[in-house]
Design a protein around this ligand. Structure first.
Ligand SMILES: NC(=O)c1ccc[n+]([C@@H]2O[C@H](COP(=O)([O-])OP(=O)(O)OC[C@H]3O[C@@H](n4cnc5c(N)ncnc54)[C@H](OP(=O)(O)O)[C@@H]3O)[C@@H](O)[C@H]2O)c1
Length: 346
């Protein structure tokens, strides 16, 4: 490759998470993602995790002992009532996001809620209304949006290097054993909320609200959906082809294709990782991500929340609630077409 074919990539504008002002965090739900979140904060930020709550004190205490957290609570309400928590991280299953988020806000706590923000668009709007009414910060923990690599991609797009985006391809598929909560209909199981949120959120981030959604699905068993393919259309402009499954491991890649070039994100596209830019004029570039894995990546969303809360903001412009709600609206439409309802939806 000659030097004339090498494209120079912009540097990320995302600040180092360690420089964000320190807030006191409380964790609701000491499960899989909560462990990685706490490890990421402890390794990469100045944030202080002061409390953890479980529905059972033994589990909270074990988590607290493991991570050196001062206070363990045997109920979520006890943590929410405590004085030494500024912001609550909701790390419960999707079905509990709404109640946990509303309770945190009603106790006067800022809140960062694991993806998806809620079960559906209506719940998402209710959370947003409550946060706005109380003047408290609220953000979906869509960690992808805060990663340095996505800021580099944003700059490539803002510079018009890809031209007009015409095609987006994205999938997130992972084969799960049937004893995982993703197979539990009572916890809104199936791939859509856990995995499908990522490709849908990416398509919305790139192209906004689609004019048409067409989806097909297949069941995993007689209790939960197994996989979904959806085509989203922005009439006369672009289409996205998205896939999600719990029945097979898939490439987990994404491609953003414009009329002047493309970006191909390596697997796993929504995590820290590399991507390649190829332009129609022959120039190309490879982005190798200095950030690594969950522990490297989750710190960025927490740092963004800490900076915004300290500044008195109630949302993050990097990933506003409207974006999380628009993603839920698309997921609602996909579910309507495939015939999926969640607990409490009737
Ligand atoms: N950002 C990411 O990359 C990422 C990755 C994985 C998951 N997530 C999201 O994080 C959330 C949690 O996922 P996870 O994999 O961490 O789940 P998990 O390992 O099952 O942990 C969830 C925790 O929530 C608590 N909980 C509250 N109500 C519950 C209920 N009705 N049934 C079961 N547990 C309940 C449990 O703690 P106690 O019973 O002790 O209170 C449990 O430890 C999901 O919404 C998921 O979408 C995000």
């Amino acid at each position: 490759m000659t030097s004339s074919t090498v494209l120079e990539l912009p540097r990320t504008r995302v600040p180092d998470p360690v420089d964000a002002p320190t807030l006191r965090w409380g964790i609701l739900g000491p499960g899989w993602i909560a462990q990685r979140f706490v490890e990421s904060l402890q390794r990469n930020t100045a944030q202080e995790v002061t409390a953890v709550a479980s529905r059972g004190l033994t589990r909270a205490q074990a988590f607290a002992d493991n991570w050196g957290i001062r206070r363990a609570h045997g109920s979520y309400d006890a943590l929410l009532a405590s004085e030494d928590v500024d912001v609550v991280y909701v790390a419960t299953p999707h079905t509990a996001h709404f109640d946990c988020a509303m309770a945190a806000l009603d106790h006067g706590k800022h809140v960062v809620i694991e993806k998806p923000l809620a079960l559906n668009g209506a719940q998402g709007r209710a959370i947003q209304e409550r946060a706005v009414a109380l003047g408290l910060f609220c953000m979906e923990a869509m960690w992808t949006s805060f990663l340095p690599k996505f800021d580099v991609i944003d700059q490539i797009l803002e510079a018009g290097l890809l031209g007009t985006i015409r095609t987006v391809l994205a999938d997130h598929g992972e084969r799960f054993e049937t004893d995982h909560r993703i197979y539990d209909p009572a916890l809104a199981g199936g791939p859509l909320l856990d995995l499908g949120t990522y490709p849908v959120s990416l398509a919305h981030r790139l192209l906004g609200v689609p004019s048409t959604v067409v989806a097909l699905g297949q069941p995993a068993n007689d209790m939960v959906n197994g996989q979904i393919s959806a085509v989203l259309s922005w009439a006369g402009i672009a289409q996205a082809s998205l896939n999600t499954t719990i029945l097979a491991d898939t490439p987990n890649m994404a491609s953003i294709c414009g009329d002047k070039g493309m970006i191909v994100l390596d697997s796993t596209f929504y995590r820290p990782g590399a991507f390649t830019v190829r332009l129609g004029d022959g120039r190309s570039a490879r982005y190798d991500d200095p950030v690594d894995g969950y522990v490297g990546g989750l710190a960025f969303e927490a740092a963004e929340a800490a900076r915004r809360i300290t500044a008195g903001d109630i949302e993050s412009p990097v990933h506003p609630l409207d974006a999380a709600i628009a993603t839920l609206d698309i997921l609602d439409e996909i579910r309507r077409q495939v015939g999926i309802t969640f607990p409490g939806e009737g």
